[in-house]
Design a protein around this ligand. Structure first.
Ligand code: GLC
Length: 436
């Protein structure tokens, strides 16, 4: 079994739970055309606030419904944008007026969410944007934000990035002290440049930030975006599936892929690139088969709901998880030497010594060839209905004339694919079947 690089936090619960919900919610949900809309369209403060801040009113917001949707999908933790790059805060922070309590919402939106998710047994992660396109001290650079193409020398008069770093620390201190024990802190993001025009550890004062975080919550799981080597517990590949278990300097690490339904993170009304539930289930399986976690994003609407496209996908993923979560929770990459049959992905539970074959494509022959498995399996069944896959019913001698491979075991599977998104065969392995 692969062991991962040792970091400050204890990530055992995290790598056990495997599946979380990301939520991106802010004023950009009203624009409904990407959470970067303020940057993309270079919208100045007066215009953005005049349209959105002044009218943000999620009257249908029901955090319990969100938490139940996450739980029914099989998600065990969630990560919510406390503040995205636009600078708007979802909680009643003492450090700025740019917060939900000062919109027509007139309330702290974060606290009831944290309470509702905890009540469903879901762990709490807080996303916090390092970037801030609204704060008066945040130094404007040429790379991002609504003012990047303006007269920066003029716009930056009186701005003081060190003061911003203090604000950043102050807000993180608030978040880690007023909401009880937070499980994950998810910062976003650094973009250091050789010529100094970007932003990184000196701009955020990352060392001080880290020190404060570890003092307040020694065991919090921290992601990898404050531009400080050695500070993180989790690597976070974004919007793509890694080819194999993620490594850093050749060493496997704890990792979490973050992925969207359709491309945007914030609610995007007109995006038509939505993934199907089947693709999402594949994504989850693929992630765990490479030893990772999946953080799947929902962008709630401005009125405070998950839209139907999100809800239907979550419930379909949940329907699959209800019968198959055993191949996800507590599972990881298969031991070395296990060969995945054609068109499949493997996951493995070391505690129970069970191996899971996810048949992304149903075998078009009634036979499944398990190379290297002869003599290693005690029992096999389909996971969706617990029906036996007979190990003594493989190829008859007259069929098998050209079918040889080391340790080959051929088993019969039903002609018809079970009516589930991805059928899974559960193999009860013999002790020490794959120790090498
Ligand atoms: C980014 C984007 C963003 C999103 C995030 C999630 O880098 O700026 O909008 O919140 O990644 O990983």
């Amino acid at each position: 079994m692969l062991t991962t690089k040792k970091t400050a936090a204890d990530t055992r619960w995290f790598t056990h739970d495997r599946f979380g919900m990301f939520i991106h919610w802010g004023l950009y949900s009203m624009a409904a055309r990407h959470e970067w809309v303020r940057h993309n369209e270079q919208i100045p403060n007066e215009v953005y606030d005049g349209k959105y801040f002044k009218r943000f009113d999620p009257d249908l917001y029901d955090p319990t419904a969100w938490a139940k949707a996450a739980s029914a999908a099989g998600m065990k933790y969630f990560v919510i944008t406390t503040k995205h790059h636009e600078g708007f805060c979802l909680w009643d922070t003492k450090l700025t007026d740019y917060k939900s309590t000062n919109t027509p919402a007139k309330r702290d939106l974060l606290r009831p969410m944290i309470d509702a998710f905890r009540k469903e047994g879901i762990r709490v992660g807080l996303y916090h944007s390092l970037i801030d396109w609204h704060h008066p001290d945040y130094v404007i650079d040429p790379h991002n934000g609504p003012y990047r193409e303006g007269d920066r020398a003029k716009l930056n008069q009186g701005r003081d990035q060190a003061r911003y770093a203090e604000y950043l620390r102050g807000q993180v201190r608030e978040l880690l002290t007023v909401f009880g024990d937070i499980d994950i802190l998810w910062f976003d993001f650094s973009y250091p440049k050789e010529d100094g025009s970007g932003k990184g550890r000196t701009d955020w004062q990352s060392e001080q930030l880290l020190k404060m975080i570890r003092e307040l919550r020694p065991d919090i799981i921290l992601n990898d975006r404050i531009d400080l080597p050695g500070s993180w517990d989790v690597k976070t590949p974004e919007q793509f599936q890694p080819r194999a278990w993620v490594t850093v300097d050749g060493e496997p690490v704890v990792w979490e892929a973050c992925q969207t339904f359709s491309g945007s993170w914030g609610y995007n009304r007109d995006e038509s690139s939505w993934r199907s539930a089947e693709q999402l289930v594949h994504m989850l399986i693929d992630t765990v088969s490479k030893g990772g976690n999946l953080l799947l994003n929902v962008g709630p609407t401005a009125r405070g709901e998950f839209d139907d496209r999100a809800l239907s996908r979550l419930s379909q993923v949940g329907a699959w998880m209800r019968r198959h979560s055993r191949s996800i929770y507590g599972c990881t990459q298969a031991p070395a030497g296990c060969i995945a049959p054609e068109g499949s992905r493997l996951t493995y539970n070391a505690e129970t010594n069970r191996l899971y074959i996810h048949l992304l494509a149903w075998p078009f022959l009634p036979h499944l060839h398990l190379e290297g498995f002869a003599g290693k399996i005690e029992y096999a069944q389909l996971l969706n209905d617990g029906s036996e896959i007979r190990l003594d019913k493989g190829l008859e001698a007259w069929m098998s004339h050209d079918t040889t491979a080391p340790g080959l075991l051929t088993v019969q599977v039903p002609i018809q694919k079970p009516e589930v998104t991805v059928p899974v065969i559960e193999l009860f392995l013999k002790d020490g079947a794959f120790t090498g």
